[in-house]
Design a protein around this ligand. Structure first.
Ligand code: SAM
Length: 241
């Protein structure tokens, strides 16, 4: 459910039109059928469809199934790519536990705009599908330098793992992400971020700027050039658990 809609036992909650359509028309649910509701603040609840029409539905809230749990995964900073791979990146990263999305504009970003509402809807659907209780927020697009400044202002400036191909033109090898993971202490891993570049990669000036920040850790994701959406999924998968 959208943030700000409290879930309380015994109350009747109206659903959005798209949710009513999905339950009634796509899933063929009827009054009396059970549904599961969640939001970040109240956790997961069992409810029962009370009324359902074409684009309207209400649920009677019954009992709590799971309390809210904070999402400890990394923040994903990424340069937006074409629409379909960006959608896929958001979906996979939500399933893989990303805590939030920070779209960043780099010098070689070919897609200088994002549709934040669309990406937020994809994140919400992915959260529902994988049964996580929080939907990672999508922050407004900002320039890479600005994102690094914002990151350094965060409490303790947590590590930001910058995915950089190991053979990249600046000739300085980035160690494998798994090695960093194996060596990292709990403090290093808390509040972590992962940065994925655009299809054209980072420019030499951006690589210099990244390496000058003390909280940035360059990491490699193996010997092949991965598409940016694959790189995001690979990085998050190697940090899970
Ligand atoms: N030709 C580009 C270059 O040389 O940077 C390739 C960019 S790649 C398609 C898009 C992004 O995915 C890169 O900027 C990087 O962040 C990440 N990436 C892809 N493969 C990687 C690898 N093997 N190791 C680390 N990062 C990788």
């Amino acid at each position: 459910l959208q943030p700000g809609v409290p879930i309380e036992p015994g109350t009747e909650l109206p659903l959005r039109a798209d949710q009513a359509h999905y339950l009634g028309t796509v899933m063929r649910r009827a009054p009396g059928d059970g549904v599961v509701l969640f939001n970040e603040r109240d956790g997961e609840w069992r409810g029962r469809l009370h009324a359902i029409r074409r684009d309207r539905a209400a649920v009677l809230v019954e009992e709590r199934l799971r309390p809210p749990v904070p999402e400890p995964g990394p923040v994903l900073l990424f340069a937006p790519i074409k629409r379909d791979p960006t959608d896929l990146m958001i979906r996979m990263a939500t399933e893989l536990g990303a805590r939030a999305f920070w779209p960043v504009q780099t010098e070689r970003t070919n897609t200088p705009r994002i549709n934040a509402d669309r990406l937020a809807a994809i994140a919400r659907e992915a959260a529902e599908q994988c049964e996580r209780l929080s939907v990672p927020p999508v922050e407004p697009l900002c320039r890479l330098g600005e994102a690094l400044d914002r990151w350094s202002a965060r409490n303790g400036a947590p590590r930001l793992l910058a995915a950089i191909e190991p053979w990249h033109a600046d000739g300085r090898a980035a160690p494998p992400i798994r090695d960093w993971r194996a060596a990292a202490g709990t403090d290093d891993a808390a509040g972590l971020g992962v940065l994925i570049g655009p299809e054209g990669g980072f420019t030499p000036a951006e690589l210099d700027a990244l390496r000058r920040r003390s909280f940035v850790v360059p990491v490699s994701l193996g010997p092949r050039v991965l598409r940016a959406d694959t790189a995001a999924a690979a990085a998050l998968a190697s940090l899970i658990g």
